[in-house]
Design a protein around this ligand. Structure first.
Ligand code: ITT
Ligand code: MG
Length: 204
């Protein structure tokens, strides 16, 4: 029985991670699946630092294979903001709606050809023995002028990935899971998991 602990409290992110991680684990649980008051401070200046901090904090508490995802939206016209601040862009207790409203407001005078943006996802996996692995994925696109669609989570209703004219929230979750920043980071993570779990001979 191989268990993966995912160091996230974001339900939308957790759902995608469960779909993307594949068959390497029999059981995938997140911080929302058990009673806890664990609060991880995300004060790093990069996605890499935050993902590493989240993964390490949880691994040190449970000593089980742990995965953390730090992600966010970098908007060209805002010099890469909100970036690592994506979750706190509109304040600590703001909702996805508040964040989107603030973003659309900041971009209200930015024309279509300057609305380029990218989603970034950094995954940090720590195996049973405490070895650390990191992967990254980027998905380019542009910011819509208004929200569209109900699928996904976070900034999905305003992000139109390159090659599509629909937002992530209008696209099927299966499509998002093929092209997203998270999907790309998982492509590389799965190669690593394959090496650890399929080719290893000892119990990891
Ligand atoms: O730290 P955890 O508990 O994992 O959950 P979080 O929501 O705080 O996650 P982050 O610190 O990584 O912040 C990421 C922000 O970017 C948003 N985000 C990340 N991936 C996204 C995606 O695939 N689609 C839309 N928004 C996304 C997300 O909603 C957050 O506001
Ligand atoms: Mg967070």
């Amino acid at each position: 029985m191989r268990k993966l602990l995912v160091a996230t409290k974001n339900e939308g992110k957790a759902r995608e991670i469960k779909q993307l991680v594949g068959s390497y684990f029999d059981d995938v649980v997140t911080l929302n699946d058990f009673d806890n008051n664990i609060h991880i401070i995300e004060d790093g200046s990069t996605f890499e630092e935050n993902a590493l901090n989240k993964a390490k904090s949880i691994y040190l508490l449970f000593r089980q294979p742990t995965l953390a995802d730090d992600s966010g939206l970098e908007v060209d016209a805002l010099g890469g903001r909100p970036g690592v601040m994506s979750a706190r862009y509109a304040g600590e207790n703001a909702t996805d709606e508040d964040r989107i409203k603030k973003l659309l407001d900041e971009l209200k005078d930015v024309p279509e050809n300057r609305r380029g943006a990218q989603f970034v996802c950094v995954l940090v996996f720590i195996d049973q023995q405490g070895r650390i692995y990191q992967t990254k994925g980027i998905c380019r696109g542009k910011i819509a002028f208004e929200t569209r669609g109900e699928n996904g989570f976070g900034y999905d209703p305003v992000f139109i990935p390159d090659g599509f004219d629909k937002t992530f929230a209008e696209l099927d979750s299966q499509i998002k899971n093929q092209i997203s920043h998270r999907a790309k980071a998982f492509e590389n993570l799965k190669k690593i998991l394959g090496e650890i779990y399929n080719e290893g001979t000892c119990d990891k």
